[in-house]
Ligand binder design. Structure first.
Ligand SMILES: C[S@@+](CC[C@H](N)C(=O)[O-])C[C@H]1O[C@@H](n2cnc3c(N)ncnc32)[C@H](O)[C@@H]1O
Length: 509
């Protein structure tokens, strides 16, 4: 094992995920939804990501927010080398990647003070000492009014799964071969225990499902998620207590549906919570009610509650865009009490208003049907649409063309990589200041367009064929070239009709 890792997995790289929660406009919307003041996402913010992994999220965000200065560190030099290469290919000059461990990053004297510090998938996977370093970093470097996004494995949701994780770690430690082989062996061994009618599996039925999910996950993900020396799920109250040392207060979750109790809790749950006065205990009790497994918390240094007028103005100025076609809108939400329909009289006019492109709340409220809903219902409906990933908070219109220049360059760098792999699953939007999922096929079709190819389906099919790759459909590899091309033609048509309108509205193509 390398000496710089503090027991953290380094022999296999992490996955290249994009996490929308890290987006400045999303964090700003969390603050708005909770009624607290925060610096606008359009301001020249300084943003820091601790433990950025392969840096794909930071790279997407830097391209889509050229007015923000990004600083991201990860002590794995392979991760940082890849992240820097993508930033260079995209011509992003507002992002710096560091290969510093948290303690070395804390010691630097060349960093600005930050408006946002984010850590996704870090807190539960590092030592208590590293957590203290991070709290000290936030204490010293986060501006007053600044936001912190932090995710972690939560209790009680992980309680029954902890022994399974332990079994995997202990078995992987004595197995031989590459880390992938050791993970495979540990999973197979856990399966044997389940099949031997283990009482642990029997009395904890959720554990079997967890094992099934693990078996279906990528080995890179499992290695980083479970095989580190340090791994600890937390109660929210304990995290809040640690962050209190940096003068942070809890604001809310980036899981926006959690802001709407009528959806995320049953009436019985709400009755219990109504009797819990202390905010930190309330969050923990909430986690018991829903058996929370993973939390995505936003904290702030010095939150100020907006008065009713300022709050209304801030909502009115906030711009949103649909990230689905209007006709694909899902008119239900899966809440704590099961599936709930979204009332057409409330949601249809709102969805219709956004169907013709990004709008502010002030603009859509010019429609009498929407104004007639009243602020409370309108705000709740918007929050539900954001929480169900159908509507995205956006940056203001000013500066959009400058942003589009940067996202074009970044997206070009990403789609060029799609020739060789499907690793990068999203492109940058100058409208949302965030990422938008586009799979490898979609990316190759966009590349064909950039390169002026007359037949995008043929272009994409031949790129795969030249590398000996074939689409696998219904479990069958499409070896026949005509059949392979036909599949690409079908995919292209679907892309043009279903995906392109959304990507156009979001300024991606
Ligand atoms: C589970 S991954 C999450 C990566 C990224 N935030 C994401 O969600 O895609 C944790 C990352 O933290 C990095 N890391 C762990 N301990 C660290 C430390 N002490 N200093 C800097 N980076 C560290 C690892 O190299 C790894 O890339």
């Amino acid at each position: 094992m390398a000496t710089w890792t503090s027991g953290y997995v380094s022999e296999i790289s992490y996955t290249q995920g994009f996490y929308r929660e890290l987006t400045p406009a999303v964090l700003g919307f969390v603050a708005l939804s909770k009624g607290v003041s925060a610096r606008k996402a359009e301001a020249p913010l300084a943003y820091c990501e601790l433990g950025c992994g392969q840096g794909f999220s930071a790279n997407v965000l830097a391209a889509a927010n050229p007015h923000v200065s990004f600083h991201a560190t990860d002590f794995n030099p392979t991760h940082v080398a890849g992240a820097r290469a993508l930033a260079a290919a995209a011509g992003s000059s507002n992002i710096r990647f560091y290969d510093d461990a948290f303690a070395d990053f804390l010691a630097r004297d060349d960093l600005p003070d930050f408006d946002i510090v984010s850590l996704h998938g870090i807190w539960s996977w590092i030592s208590a000492e590293n957590r203290r370093v991070i709290v000290e970093f936030i204490r010293r470097r986060l501006k007053v009014g600044g936001l912190v996004y932090l995710s972690y494995n939560a209790l009680p949701g992980w309680a029954s799964g902890m022994p399974l994780r332990r079994l995997l770690v202990d078995h992987a430690a004595v197995a031989t071969g590459s880390i992938e082989k050791r993970i495979d062996a540990a999973l197979a061994f856990s399966e044997r225990i389940r099949s031997a009618n283990s009482v642990y599996f029997r009395v904890n039925p959720g554990v079997g499902e967890r094992l099934d999910r693990m078996k279906a996950s990528s080995r890179n993900y499992l290695a980083h998620e479970h095989l580190n020396r340090d791994w600890e799920p937390f109660y929210h109250a304990d995290v809040a207590a640690e962050l209190d040392e940096a003068k942070l207060s809890f604001v809310g979750s980036t899981a926006l549906l959690d802001h709407v109790d009528a959806v995320s809790l049953t009436q019985e749950h709400r009755d219990v919570l109504a009797d819990v006065p202390a905010p930190a205990l309330r969050e923990t009790v909430r986690d018991f009610l829903v058996n929370q497994q993973f939390r995505r918390d936003v904290f702030q240094k010095g939150p100020i509650a907006l008065n009713a007028l300022d709050l209304q103005d801030a909502w009115a100025d906030q711009r949103f865009a649909l990230s689905i076609r209007r006709e694909d809108a899902v008119m239900h939400v899966d809440g704590a009490g099961g599936r709930m329909g979204l009332i057409a009289e409330v949601y249809a006019p709102i969805l219709d208003a956004f169907a013709s492109g990004p709008r502010t709340i002030r603009q859509i409220a010019a429609d009498a049907a929407i104004a007639g809903l009243g602020w409370a219902r309108l705000r709740q409906a918007i929050t539900v649409l954001v929480g169900t990933d159908q509507l995205q908070p956006c940056l203001g219109e000013a500066g959009e063309s400058a942003r589009a220049e940067r996202t074009r360059a970044f997206n070009r760098a990403v789609v060029l990589r799609a020739r060789a792999s499907a690793d990068l699953g999203c492109l940058a939007s100058p409208v949302t200041g965030s990422g938008v999922a586009v799979d490898r096929f979609g990316q190759l079709f966009i590349l064909a367009e950039i390169e002026g190819e007359a037949d995008p389906a043929q272009f994409a099919a031949s790129i795969l064929e030249a590398q000996g790759q074939r689409v696998v459909k219904d479990g069958r590899r499409l070896e026949n070239p005509a059949e392979h091309l036909a599949e690409f033609r079908a995919q292209y048509e679907a892309f043009q009709t279903r995906r392109r309108p959304v990507l156009t509205a979001l300024g991606v193509v």
